[in-house]
Design a protein around this ligand. Structure first.
Ligand SMILES: *Cc1c(COP(=O)(O)O)cnc(C)c1O
Length: 392
């Protein structure tokens, strides 16, 4: 077989297993009302939890940033591409999450895949929740440290692995809010383990930043750990393309840690700085997040409303108090069929299949946003219940 035949066979296998993915074309801004391949749909799939991605004040800040700073940073941060507005954003981010210092990255994928290799190497060990985001797994593999994956949220299994390890340097790595399950990691218990075994605690708060904690300061702040004496062990990663509505990510923590990451993180050093205009827009985004208690209160009302209303029998609505509300269906084909039936009813809810989630746990990943209205959430819950009866 030629190299190309391999690819043909691989694509055919994806098609056969209902694993081939297709991109949908939306012609409207990211918001509940989408126009997808020519059809109006009500969308429940974005991570725009506060409804900021299409917020006019943010678009204006981005435009003003482009007028002031142009479109490109021109170089990497350590050469000539570090602009004052990047610095201003880092200061604001650090203050917001209660850390000494923060480093601004172009994407969460880059932050996650870069931090572990900067902190650990051969002979060291990573202890990772099995449901962590792919970018954290990749970071662990790139670091060449031994990777131990523990069953989801299983602290006893983590304890056993930590006790058996003789690695010199260790890191416990976790999503704060799990992206495909919506549940929250027990951060105080993980920090206690980290302190006991002298390990870093790397926390990816992609889905908690802006949403959880006082003024949306995130899952670490919600757990009361930001000013904790052991907080220097926490390497906090937040992303800025979800609730913050723009793009990028940051790593925040104690000053020595952040200075080390600036010196050693390859995904920070060997890439062009993000456009300064984005940093300018993100400063406005931080102000909107901080002043966003109204948006968060509305979002929480929607979460309660959805969970009360979506009384499913065969399909399983996972326990989650966050905007990520997964309905596990199991089979790939059935999940696709339900997603298609929802779409026929005017609702856009993405089907999530392996390898994004474990085999046999294909699901609808419903995500709610402060931009949704109550009647829209009721329509989704009622349609789901009706479909479950019809497709039985
Ligand atoms: C989205 C996501 C990332 C990646 O962030 P990007 O800025 O989109 O690259 C990292 N971790 C988790 C848990 C995510 O959901």
């Amino acid at each position: 077989m030629s190299l190309r035949d391999d690819l043909h066979a691989g694509l055919a296998a994806l098609e056969r297993d209902a694993l081939r993915r297709r991109r949908r074309r939306n012609t409207l801004p990211c918001a509940p009302h989408a126009q997808v391949d020519g059809r109006a749909l009500l969308a429940f799939g974005s991570n725009d939890y506060l409804g900021l991605a299409a917020e006019p004040a943010l678009a204006a800040a981005l435009a003003a940033g482009a007028q002031r700073f142009g479109t490109g940073a021109g170089a990497s941060h350590l050469v000539t591409g570090h602009h004052a507005v990047h610095d201003e954003l880092e200061t604001a981010l650090a203050r917001f999450v209660g850390a000494e210092r923060a480093l601004y990255f172009s994407t969460g994928y880059m932050a996650n895949s870069g931090v572990l290799p900067a902190l650990l190497g051969r002979g060291d060990a990573v202890f990772a929740d099995r449901l962590n985001h792919a970018s954290l797994v990749d970071g662990a593999l790139l670091s060449r440290a031994e990777l131990h994956r523990y069953p989801h949220l299983d602290l006893a299994a983590l304890d056993t692995l930590l006790e058996r390890s003789s690695a010199r340097r260790k890191a416990i790595v976790t999503d704060a809010v799990f992206s495909m399950d919506g549940d929250v990691a027990p951060l105080p218990a993980l920090l206690e383990r980290a302190a006991r075994h002298d390990a870093w605690l790397i926390v990816d708060d992609a889905h908690g930043f802006g949403v959880l904690g006082p003024q949306g300061r995130g899952t670490v702040a919600e757990a009361g750990l930001s000013v904790h004496p052991e907080a220097w062990r926490i390497v906090l990663i937040g992303t800025l393309g979800k609730a913050a509505g723009v793009a990028g990510a940051f790593v925040a923590g104690e000053a020595t840690l952040v200075e080390w990451l600036l010196q050693k993180t390859r995904t920070y050093i060997f890439t062009t700085g993000a456009p300064p205009a984005l940093a300018h827009a993100l400063l406005e985004s931080l102000r909107l997040i901080e002043a966003g208690d109204g948006r968060r209160a509305h979002l929480n009302r929607l979460i309660t409303l959805f969970r009360t209303r979506a009384q499913l029998q065969r399909w399983r609505l996972l326990p989650s108090r966050t905007p990520v509300q997964p309905v596990v269906i199991g089979d790939n084909d059935e999940t696709l069929a339900v997603s298609a039936a929802l779409e026929a009813a005017g609702l856009w809810v993405p089907a999530i299949r392996p390898p994004t989630v474990p085999t046999g746990s294909a699901r609808l990943r419903i995500s709610l946003s402060a931009a949704h209205r109550e009647d829209e959430v009721i329509r989704l819950a009622d349609t789901l219940c009706e479909l479950e009866r019809q497709l039985a």
